[in-house]
Design a protein. Structure first.
Length: 151
């Protein structure tokens, strides 16, 4: 039904909930996971342009993303689910657009991701990558809410 499931990860508790749901689905459906972390350094370039050592900060972001992917892959393997990882860096556009693009490029038939559940002004001003993926995706998207008690 869903042979390849795309799981975008950002290291948050909500993304971890999405990963757990994706692993459970993959076990039942005998699917393969594609774990994706997107390094979006554009906001940092704008906000931190005067920072002398921007490259060190960017490398730190890459390492964080790789750590997130490595941990997620171990979690999947511990539950006998096959998973591939992909660390990507974008410098323009929205993360949601990149996720949608990768769904097609990778041939994924389902996206499972966490949603931060922003409300009010924060949601209006920032939007939600998860919401954008749902609106524009050509494949089904399963959104997993944040755990109770997590702000």
């Amino acid at each position: 039904m869903y042979p390849k499931i795309l799981v975008p990860l950002d290291g948050s508790d909500t993304a971890a909930q999405g990963l757990q749901e994706a692993i459970a689905l993959a076990q039942q459906l005998k699917s393969r996971l594609r774990l994706l972390h997107v390094v979006d350094d554009y906001p940092l370039m704008v906000e931190m342009a005067p920072v002398v050592n921007f490259e060190a900060l960017r490398q730190s972001m890459r390492q964080y993303g790789q750590d997130v992917l490595d941990k997620a892959k171990r979690m999947a393997a511990d539950q006998d689910v096959e998973a591939d990882t992909q660390l990507c860096e974008i410098t323009h556009g929205r993360v949601a657009e990149f996720i949608i693009e990768q769904t097609a490029v990778l041939g994924c038939s389902l996206v499972v991701m966490g949603t931060h559940g922003r409300r009010g002004l924060s949601r209006t001003m920032m939007g939600s990558d998860a919401e954008q993926v749902v609106r524009a995706s050509s494949v089904p998207v399963l959104l997993v809410r944040r755990p109770e008690g997590i702000p």
